[in-house]
Design a protein around this ligand. Sequence first.
Ligand code: UD1
Length: 419
Amino acid sequence: MQRLIIEGEKRLSGEIKVQGAKNSALPLLSAALLVQGETVLHNCPRLSDVFAACRILGHLGCECRVSGNTVTVRADAPCGCCVPDELMREMRSSIAFLGAILGRTGECCLSFPGGCALGARPIDLHLEALRKMGVTVTEKHGMLRCVCPGGLKGAQIHLSFPSVGATENIILAAVLAKGTTVIGNAAKEPEIKDLARFLNLCGARIQGAGTDTVVIEGVDKLSPVEYTVMPDRVCVCTLMSAAAITGGEITVRGAAAEDIEAVIPVYEQMGCSVYTYSDRLFISRTRPLRAVDRVVTLPYPGFPTDAQAMTMAALSLAKGTSIMVETIFENRYRHVSELVRMGADIRVEGRTAVIKGVDRLYGARVEATDLRGGAALAVAALAAEGVTEIRGLRYIDRGYEKIEDQLSSLGASVRRVSE
Ligand code: UD1
């Protein structure tokens, strides 16, 4: 088992290039299944979830090669439509393959991605939409079998909640379907725009991605392209929280500041200066950290749920009391008890967290139980007095490419040790 050992109280400074977005790379890898020929994806982060997606593609009969940050997928003639249980369990977001497998082969069989640390994470919206597109879904023994005897057909779909995964799955199922699909109340996240941009370059006809109405006109075939995955906006937020908590000064290269417009004002209220120029985001804090009134997580363009945990870590050292409200996932405060071990004063009531700023955090043995919660522990450790030992690195490795190297390059004292 690996652990991160972080010696705190080091001010972070310097410049760093942000990694490619995990939440974009995964649907893009799934989309490659729809393309006849060789898709080349640049700027793919080297993460356990990306490697798991490659294994799923390999299992489905695609040739998948990883070289540095470039992944090449050749999907000339996929020979499978089933994702075995062990691969589904390796990566919870493997449900992203459902729409693409159906689009390419007309049938799909996979096990349920399962409950997640963040809450129940149902897939009812995905299935309801696919049924409207002509898919018959049967659920038995924890397996989901989807077939579309008459082929996928375009449909009018209104999502009761703008689910990111459901919007992506519908787009993936609709690009090669017969007729036009309209998604109402679609998710507007930048990763949806990235997926549509890629598919349109391949010959798809998708309009309105990034707005709440996405229209997809089915086409017969997609042709391969080379594409560069967008920057990871959650990693930018993580670096911002690291600068904020250590009183540091970080320039993030390759950051798309327009994708985190709801986050920047929160960090400014906390006492940080944030400037953006071209693809660079500069953040520094020279004043004391201040509490913020209320941060509410919302679907894009609201404050992202994925940035909640690390922002909370920074707020735990702010002067005053901050309120955070998590509206997206019902169980996304599992990092709180670990932050409290480090000396934070945080109380959770339902979906609300009350964070009373303390003067100091202390190094402790803590455990990551989900990806962003794990990142929050690393952020807290950067400012804590003494040494913090973080277990549960498999969660952090799902979203951060060598987090110890990223933070060390900015002056932190972080090492990974194996038992
Ligand atoms: C994606 C992101 C995740 C991010 C989340 C919200 C990926 C791989 N993951 O997850 O990092 O935190 O968006 O921005 O891109 N829901 C249902 N039924 C459904 C689908 C969703 O009730 O069929 C609920 C979920 O339980 C959750 C909410 O809708 O409470 C948001 O989920 P969704 O937007 O689908 O998130 P994911 O796509 O799973």
